[in-house]
Design a protein around this ligand. Structure first.
Ligand code: HEC
Length: 144
């Protein structure tokens, strides 16, 4: 019973702080407001060592400091320069979390389908922690 109750109310508990912030910023509609939309994450699907907070940080980095959206697009569905990360098809990795961390660190010098390559860490000054967060986001994209 408790499990059911938690499942129903669940999403809101952890993010009540950001919901409150949402209400206050509602009128402004800045990019920050969009980034504060709660993600639809099933914690049961998270790989070992990955938290909801990491996925959320990864989402912010994806269109922010990681600049991943410049090739993978804002919604990560890809284009001529980079593949769709929201589907279940993987080109250079097996789709496991560790393989995604690895490919973000190494980049893809010889792409399979895309017209251009991907630099290690996309050429950005990303810490290992930030790469882990981006990989967490990329891993969960096809699962939410
Ligand atoms: C300059 C364009 C570019 C940027 C910027 C870029 N990527 Fe990529 N990405 C690619 C290309 C090209 C591939 C390989 C596609 C292929 O093999 O056809 C790729 C592949 C990937 C893959 C493996 C997908 C697969 O199916 O094998 C992941 C994960 C990924 N990128 C994540 C990221 C993340 C996270 C960032 C931001 C830190 C990022 N990319 C920034 C171009 C880019």
């Amino acid at each position: 019973m408790l499990g059911l109750l938690a499942a129903c109310g669940g999403g809101d508990d952890g993010s009540s702080a950001s919901s409150a912030a949402d209400n206050q910023d509602g009128a402004e509609q800045e990019t920050q407001a969009a980034a504060a939309d709660p993600l639809n994450i099933d914690p049961a699907l998270l790989p070992e060592g990955v938290t909801v907070a990491m996925v959320e940080e990864g989402r912010e980095l994806f269109t922010g400091g990681g600049f991943c959206h410049s090739c993978h697009m804002e919604d990560a569905t890809g284009g001529p320069l980079a593949p769709d990360l929201t589907d279940e098809t993987w080109l250079n990795v097996d789709g496991e979390y560790a393989s995604i961390v690895e490919v973000i660190k190494t980049g893809v010098a010889q792409p399979i389908e895309a017209l251009g390559s991907m630099l290690p860490r996309a050429g950005m000054a990303l810490t290992d922690e930030q790469v882990d967060a981006l990989a967490a986001y990329a891993y969960m994209l096809s699962r939410m």
